[in-house]
Design a protein around this ligand. Structure first.
Ligand SMILES: [Fe+2]
Length: 370
């Protein structure tokens, strides 16, 4: 956790009022969005405004790369305590009916819309790791509203950014063409309310955004932390390193492990000389690339956080495999967990399939026939 929030002397305000969010799951499953009326605590709103004012004064946490065409400025939200993150994960897991153990933050940003922000921008979909967007208004400009097109295409943005998604679309499928003449659903989210919607699959935007300030929390149930902004991921990785150092090889097999949520992709490179030479590496969120052996990639592909490690190998692992497992954990490419995490039946397979598809997509050269 960063320390700025501790300077604000604001205690640890609950994000939500006492609301267990029972009753929202059906609406979210049916419609893909929910307005959470009067859900946000006054103390959190006060805390967030104070923190943002402090961040603007100090310049800390400002995200320069995110200043999008004079549209908005963004700062990193600093949670006052881990309880705030756990409360957020509890709420979103309950509303979306996804396994709590898979909840991961993909973004936590304050967004300050510019006074000259386009009042009617093109709709978009968020990066694929932002499955669920929770928007909390701190200040609203005149007639500022969220607009959604929940009845139009729900095709997932399968790209790591909105820009890459737009570039992938043929002209006819760009949102400004697909949605031309189709009125959106306008949601009047007041200060004290929150809105949650399927960010990577429902077309959305904010109209009349000038003068609006939002706190945005984006989450997924994919164990992906693409911007290295989930403090629990970092905490869990540090605990995993300590656990690794305290266990012998036999004991490690009773624990579990997952591909690090900060792995963006695993790249395969081929060089053709007298014979094909392959090299492997993993790119990590927050910077850095880790070289891997083929054996390490094989182990990474076998990891299933819902199973004890011993069941992730085909037969008892040898010393070389265990050494490779230790190396990928020490390098931050895999994370050792004290025990398997609870996920829905079959979801381990879904996570594995997703990782494999990322690996194929990100291969810098196509695999040549040998
Ligand atoms: Fe968005």
């Amino acid at each position: 956790m960063r320390n700025e929030a501790k300077c604000l002397n604001s205690g640890s305000p609950n994000l939500f009022n006492d609301n267990p969010f029972d009753g929202y799951a059906k609406q979210f499953a049916d419609k893909g969005y929910c307005l959470l009326k009067d859900a946000i605590s006054l103390r959190f709103l006060e805390f967030a405004r104070e923190q943002l004012a402090e961040l603007e004064r100090s310049g800390k946490g400002r995200l320069p790369d995110w200043q999008i065409k004079n549209k908005k400025t963004q700062y990193l939200i600093d949670f006052p305590s881990l309880e705030n993150i756990n409360a957020l994960f509890d709420a979103v897991a309950r509303i979306t009916s996804r396994p709590r153990d898979l909840m991961t933050l993909s973004e936590r940003h304050y967004k300050i819309y510019s006074p000259n922000a386009d009042p009617n921008p093109n709709a978009h979909k968020d990066r694929f790791q932002s499955q669920y967007s929770l928007g909390v208004p701190l200040q609203l400009g005149t007639n500022s509203k969220v607009v959604l097109w929940p009845d139009q295409s729900r095709a997932l943005n399968q790209h790591p950014s909105t820009a890459a998604w737009r570039e992938s679309l043929p002209q006819a499928e760009l949102p400004e063409n697909v949605l031309a003449g189709i009125p959106p659903l306008e949601i009047d989210v007041r200060v004290g309310d929150a809105v949650i919607f399927l960010g990577s699959s429902i077309f959305h935007e904010r109209i009349n955004a000038a003068g609006t300030i939002m706190a945005y929390f984006k989450l997924n149930a994919l164990r992906c932390d693409p911007l290295a902004e989930d403090p629990l991921v970092e905490l869990r990785a540090n605990k995993g390193q300590a656990l690794l150092n305290s266990l012998d090889d036999h004991q490690i097999l009773d624990t579990a492990a997952e591909l690090s949520p900060r792995v963006l992709d695993i790249n395969i490179r081929e060089e053709h000389d007298t014979q094909v030479q392959r090299s492997y590496s993993a790119r990590l969120a927050g910077g850095g690339e880790v070289g891997l052996t083929q054996e390490e990639v094989t182990i990474l592909n076998r990891l299933d956080p819902s199973l004890p490690l011993v069941k992730c190998f085909q037969g008892p692992p040898g010393a070389a495999e265990l050494a490779a497992l230790r190396r990928v954990i020490e390098a931050g490419v895999a994370v050792l967990l004290p025990e398997p995490i609870t996920i829905a039946p079959g979801y381990g397979d879904a996570v594995r399939e997703w990782r494999q598809s990322v690996e194929q997509r990100s291969a810098s050269l196509p695999l040549a026939a040998q």
